[in-house]
Design a protein around this ligand. Structure first.
Ligand code: M6R
Length: 611
């Protein structure tokens, strides 16, 4: 996730901006930049990579001025590079913009602006904002920004400065946080509280569709009609480390709680509504169009959690689009003798885009002539650079070693691919497709709702965290989620946990079941409820304790399970994006019960760049 900072006052702005950007480094970034107003000059410095490279540039070409904005970028549109780094400027070089979020209609706006003779310097969505503000600028920066905002679809937190409006920052937000810090004769601005804490604890949080005009003497707030509004200052009483985690005890918990937002970010730019009012999936960014209607087979390779997203993809693509899918663990794929046909669609999934085995599998398939589609969270990663096309998960940086929000965003991506294939092949009618898309759009709010069950899971973890063995079982879409749940639990709580397709119970695993066993039954596949119920009875008869994850309006398992954790009702095919969340919380609370740090599990690294 990108970071925004701003300063207006009497001091030299650039060191203040750099220090503030350092406080946002924990969010992850791949480039940084600042813009400072100095008399009638707008000075911009940008650098790809760590903040120290930006600092080196500033040390060589010193910039002075007491009003400026800064940004750390987590690339989404365009590679990490100096040109794509923020701030972005307009054609006249007098307006600079920093932006977090995604402008969904940027390509239409870009075409219109290019039609007016404007040349773009970057590949970003943000640059359109700078040109739009310039287009509307008639001497009043606030008015120009408000008019530009009227043209934007998507999400933004942004800050704008203009050399004709000295000592002034205009900022605005929609669906992306922005906080203004009040000082004495100086004001601060940031996308996240840690960047302000060194200077002030008196803050104003902007709400969606609000704007602020920030001058060193004071701050004025406006609604989207530019009517002045009153806002009440709040006092921040967190310390810096709590602030970085937004008040959550661990990054993992924070990231679990970010899933409603990250799911939305993944989905929203890929949905279009036709003239008939029906929604469909647009994956032009990876070139999946009518030519792919005849795809004979999809091959997916990945490791760990990303592999589980691949398994969920198999169920979804085969179900919705009727295309056979092979899913492989990358470390196996790279050493066996796989059979590849040129018409196969080859998908590689990796949160980091740097996993050694996954990259080796990709290179091998590429050498054999496959066209590679990557699903990754990291722009500029090796996978993103070497793949032929990239579907970014847009989950924002994931800091905890145990993957949570990146996984659900990977799931959202593979469901979009499945529905896109169904759309191309006509295996779903337009109306059916619309219905499933509407439900995908409802999932972020449902994820938010189920997070309110956290106390039930916390209490259950407190009772069961000492179990010697934990088995997860499920059928169909619940099976990959059982696998992911077992991995999460073993990774961070060091509990011996395994998963199996519930139908396999009698073929071996039941021999291990005893009174020291917890079985988590994932039960969201209605047509197989009776089978799951029998499996639950079988393990209970051997003394196991059973927790069941099912729908909140479902009573099928009330009599058999010892505890039930629920998710809101959705289509059975779409449950993975919800049903994994209780399991993530369960793993988290088991680790906390065992006094372990879930963010730093022993022996594990966030990016496995060696074999
Ligand atoms: O970055 P990748 O998605 O390629 O990583 C693959 C695995 O190493 C990763 O998913 C690992 O299993 C995580 N620690 C899971 O939480």
């Amino acid at each position: 996730m990108c970071g925004i900072v701003g300063y207006v006052g009497v001091k030299n702005a650039s060191p203040i901006l750099i220090e503030a950007l350092k406080k946002l480094e924990y969010r992850g970034y791949d480039s940084a930049g600042i813009a400072v107003l100095n008399n009638d000059e707008l000075l911009v410095r940008k650098a790809k990579g760590a903040l120290k490279f930006l600092q080196e540039k500033i040390a060589k070409e010193i910039i002075r001025g007491s009003c400026g904005i800064g940004h750390t970028r987590w690339a989404t549109h365009g590679e990490p590079s100096d040109e794509n780094s923020h701030p972005h400027t307009d054609v006249s070089g007098s307006i600079a913009v920093v932006h977090n979020g995604i402008i969904e209609n940027y390509s239409i706006l870009k075409q219109k602006l290019q039609g007016k003779g404007i040349t773009f310097k970057s590949e970003t969505d943000t640059e359109v904002i700078a040109h739009l503000v310039h287009y509307y600028y008639d001497g009043n920066l606030l008015h120009a920004v408000a008019k530009a905002l009227n043209q934007l679809q998507g999400s933004y937190a942004l800050a704008v400065i203009c050399k004709d409006s000295p000592d002034t920052i205009v900022c605005a937000r929609k669906d992306s946080p922005l906080v203004i810090g009040q000082g004495n004769g100086e004001q601060f601005l940031a996308s996240d509280v840690p960047a302000l804490l060194e200077h002030t604890r008196t803050v104003f949080y902007l709400n969606d569709n609000e704007l602020a005009l920030i001058k060193k003497e004071g701050i004025s707030f406006f609604n989207e009609e530019l009517e002045p509004i009153e806002k009440t200052a709040e006092h921040v009483n967190w310390d810096l480390s709590a602030a970085e985690k937004d008040g959550f005890e661990h990054f993992m918990l924070k990231e679990i709680y970010e899933q409603p937002q990250s799911l939305l970010q993944t989905l929203r730019p890929r949905i279009v509504t036709g003239d008939d009012g029906l929604k469909s999936v647009n994956l032009d960014e990876i070139g999946i169009d009518q030519r792919y209607a005849q795809t004979p087979r999809v091959i997916i390779t990945a490791c760990g959690t990303a592999y589980h997203a691949g398994l969920a993809a198999k169920y979804a693509i085969e179900h919705f689009a009727r295309i056979p899918v092979d899913v492989d663990i990358a470390s196996e794929y790279r050493y066996r003798s796989p059979i590849l046909n040129p018409a196969d669609v080859f998908i590689i999934i990796s949160q980091s885009g740097e996993t050694a085995d996954t990259l080796a599998a990709m290179r091998m398939a590429k050498k054999a002539g496959a066209r590679i589609i990557a699903i990754t969270n990291v722009a500029g990663s090796t996978l993103a650079r070497e793949a032929d096309a990239v579907l970014f998960t847009l989950a924002g940086p994931e800091i905890a070693v145990a993957s949570t929000k990146a996984f659900t965003s990977q799931l959202m991506c593979v469901y979009l691919v499945a529905l896109k294939f169904a759309q191309l092949k006509g295996t779903l009618t337009k109306e059916e497709l619309h219905k499933y898309i509407e439900e995908l759009e409802a999932l972020p709010a449902k994820a938010q709702e189920l997070l309110q069950n956290k106390e039930i899971i916390q209490r259950f973890a407190a009772k069961t965290f000492n179990k010697k063995k934990v088995f997860f079982m499920g059928r169909l879409a619940d099976y990959p989620i059982s696998m992911e749940s077992a991995l999460k639990l073993k990774e961070i709580s060091y509990t011996h946990s395994e998963s199996f397709a519930a139908g396999e119970l009698k073929h071996g695993p039941i021999a291990l079941v005893d009174t020291d066993t917890l079985v988590v039954a994932v039960c969201t596949q209605s047509k197989l409820f009776d089978k799951m119920d029998s499996n639950i009875k079988e393990v209970k008869a051997r003394g196991a304790t059973v927790m069941c994850i099912t729908y909140q309006d479902e009573s099928y398992f009330n009599k058999t399970a010892d505890a039930t954790v629920t998710i809101p009702r959705t289509y059975d095919e779409l449950t993975p994006m919800l049903s994994v969340i209780p399991a993530q919380l369960f793993a988290y609370y088991c680790a906390v019960q065992r006094s372990l740090d879930p963010d730093k599990p022993r022996n594990l690294a966030k990016s496995v760049t060696v074999e």
